[in-house]
Design a binder for this molecule. Structure first.
Ligand code: R7I
Ligand code: MG
Length: 306
């Protein structure tokens, strides 16, 4: 049995490594070249996905709950300190709007994209700390939605965060020694989703697993884009195809095109929370930028959630 501490560390470190290694895979989208580059690199640098996961973890550590106003402040402070992390256009635009007009983060987020809010995968990519912290909560959807709406007001953007949160939370509760039933997992997540777009894609996963399609084919069918419903399902698939092996989950997530860093962050947050931190190759862990800060946050979340 993997203990809770290992699972919290695994979820946080796993998600950050999926992000950092996924980013490298944009330039080296081939298994052998990517593994070779990872062996040579000294530091694995993460992107906005992990910067925002850190912000979410910091805010949960401080408040013990989702406080949207505070979460927005923490996100904005971290962005202003490190604007070069690779943020898409939504978050910087809304931080600017809040600074100029004084409206709330949730109001600013709701005004983006012509008033529909963002359906980008940005609320899902950062969700690992929330899934860990609330791994036993009955109101997980509401908690994930409250964290999402600080930047992503569109129901699909929210749904991506909620589905990933449930996957991480369930991964924490499952014993890797006992194994999981991947198709049942996918059906459970589809039933948890609240938008047709997300349900439909998640609903394709059981057949894709059963017919043992190559991951590239699954990526094409499920989507691997920047939109929440066209990336969260493939990240879930990458985990469910190889729940037994962190490294294979990661390579499956990042080697088949699309939004590689975010697919890696989402898939590997689940994998790390399931298998525990010891299942993550030590060589990769040791090279992760700001490892001590990320580990400390995982420990603090565990202490505060207990
Ligand atoms: O969701 P978000 O934070 O982006 C996350 C991605 C990840 O890959 C990160 O690694 C980073 O690279 O970016 O940022 P948003 O700007 O909210 O959403 C991402 C993109 O999705 C937008 O810039 C738009 O191109 C698109 N998009 C929309 N397009 C039209 N209408 C999101 N919502 C809409 C919409 O409502
Ligand atoms: Mg990124």
């Amino acid at each position: 049995m993997v203990d809770l501490r290992s699972k919290f560390l695994g979820g946080m470190v796993g998600s950050a490594l999926g992000d950092a290694i996924g980013e490298i895979a944009f330039r080296l989208p081939d298994r052998e070249r990517l593994l070779g580059a990872l062996a040579r690199r000294e530091t694995l640098v993460y992107t906005d996905d992990t910067a925002m996961a850190i912000g979410l973890a910091e805010s949960l550590r401080e408040r013990g709950e989702i406080d949207p106003a505070r979460l927005g402040e923490v996100f904005r402070g971290n962005y202003e300190r490190e604007p070069w992390r690779g943020y898409a256009m939504g978050p910087p635009a809304l931080f600017d709007l809040v600074r100029r007009t004084g409206v709330s983060y949730t109001a600013a987020a709701a005004s983006l994209f012509g008033g529909s809010g963002s359906f980008g995968n940005g609320a899902a990519m950062r969700i690992a700390p929330l899934g860990l912290f609330f791994h036993r909560a009955a109101d997980l959807y509401a908690q994930a939605a409250a964290s999402a709406e600080v930047t992503h007001a569109h129901p699909i953007g929210v749904d991506g965060a909620a589905v990933l949160a449930r996957a991480v939370a369930r991964a924490v509760r499952e014993d890797p020694g006992a194994g999981i039933r991947p198709a049942e997992w996918a059906r459970d997540l589809a039933a948890f989703a609240r938008t047709e777009e997300m349900r439909e894609r998640l609903g394709l996963i059981p057949a894709l697993l059963e017919e043992d399609h190559p991951p590239g084919e699954a990526a094409r069918r499920l989507g691997r884009g920047i939109e929440a419903h066209l990336s969260a399902p493939y990240a879930v698939y990458a985990f469910l195809r190889r729940p037994d092996a962190f490294e294979e989950c990661l390579l499956g997530a990042v080697l088949h095109g699309g939004d590689r860093d975010t697919l890696g962050a989402m898939a590997c947050g689940i994998s790390g929370a399931y298998l525990g931190v010891e299942a993550i190759p030590e060589e990769w862990r040791g090279k992760l930028e700001n490892l001590a800060i990320i580990e400390e946050l995982a420990e603090a979340l565990l202490a505060r959630s207990a």
